[in-house]
Design a protein around this ligand. Structure first.
Ligand SMILES: [Zn+2]
Length: 305
């Protein structure tokens, strides 16, 4: 004879209900904590969240994504400043009361320094997108350095600030590029959501007016961005008038969904541990070294060149 007590069907039902309620409550809590059910059920989400490796690599100062703990996104506008795009983008940022990060190209900064100054004056960040927009992975390292330094010099001349952020064109770089960027004081910035809001010319440089080259509508740009938004994403857009027109719709949607627009350096400061970078510090030209007249040592001979 078995001594086991028989569990009544009623208590089985109560136990099952309690287990389901506990699981449901736990899942609801996780969903809230992870900003969504998809994150809560994702193995990768929890690994990334607690290791932080996907978001920032401190040894090479490489930032690839903001924190998933905050309902924040940041906007980056590449390839400008363009006369047809930047003023409209800046107007729309101002109207929405938000700031963005512009990754500018040195040769265009030289053409429109006043637009770079306006970006800074209105509270935005200006990052380095190299002098000529060449793919850095195919260049000797000394040319890579020249591409970065020449762009920085043009930014300094335009607005008296030194860029602290770098985005390599097409995100094409080698490990040595990141090491060089770190040595030069840059944080390299990737991206997560794009909108195909540009059609590159075969040479990599626009040869016609930007608007003629873009076959995307503002609505398409807005839809593509909205589709990809998640907490912490870095949005990549381009400095052109079509993208500028898409911004009000994107900003309205973000506001409705409870998102806040931050800059790249603000998103860096939200990481665990926080990465604090002064955006666009005031450029102080290096002091000229005083020439010290050396006395000829005893017995030294002078040679005429
Ligand atoms: Zn670019």
């Amino acid at each position: 004879m078995s001594s086991k007590k028989k569990t009544s069907p009623k208590s089985k039902v109560i136990a099952a209900v309690m287990i389901v309620a506990a699981l449901g409550g736990g899942l609801l809590w996780l969903r809230k904590d992870a900003n969504g059910l998809r994150n809560a059920l994702s193995y990768h989400y929890w690994i990334d969240r607690y290791t932080g490796v996907e978001t920032y690599k401190p040894e090479v100062k490489y930032f690839t994504r903001g924190s998933r703990d905050h309902k924040d996104v940041c906007f980056t506008f590449d390839d400008g400043p363009h006369e047809a795009g930047a003023p409209l983008i800046l107007d729309n940022l101002k109207k929405a009361g938000v700031h963005a990060t512009f990754f500018v190209v040195g040769i265009r900064v030289k053409q429109h320094p006043e637009l770079v100054k306006r970006m800074i004056d209105e509270g935005n960040e200006v990052g380095n997108h190299t002098q000529d927009h060449l793919r850095l992975d195919g260049l000797p390292i000394k040319n890579v350095q020249a591409e970065i330094e020449n762009c920085a010099t043009n930014i300094e001349r335009a607005c008296g600030r030194r860029p602290a952020l770098l985005r390599p064109p097409g995100m094409r770089f080698k490990h040595e590029t990141l090491a060089l960027a770190t040595k030069l004081g840059y944080t390299t910035v990737g991206w997560n959501v794009g909108a195909q809001d540009f059609v590159p010319a075969p040479s990599g440089h626009p040869t016609k007016e930007m608007e003629d080259e873009i076959h995307t509508t503002p609505d398409q740009v807005a839809e593509r961005v909205i589709k990809g938004v998640k907490p912490g994403v870095i949005i990549l857009l381009h400095d052109n008038p079509v993208t500028a027109q898409a911004l009000p719709k994107i900003f309205d949607w973000l506001k409705k969904e409870g998102y806040t627009v931050k800059t790249v350096t603000q998103m860096l400061a939200e990481l665990k541990p926080p990465v604090i970078i002064e955006p666009d510090p005031v450029f102080v030209p290096p002091a000229k070294k005083k020439m010290v007249k050396s006395l000829p040592s005893v017995g030294a001979t002078t040679h005429k060149a």
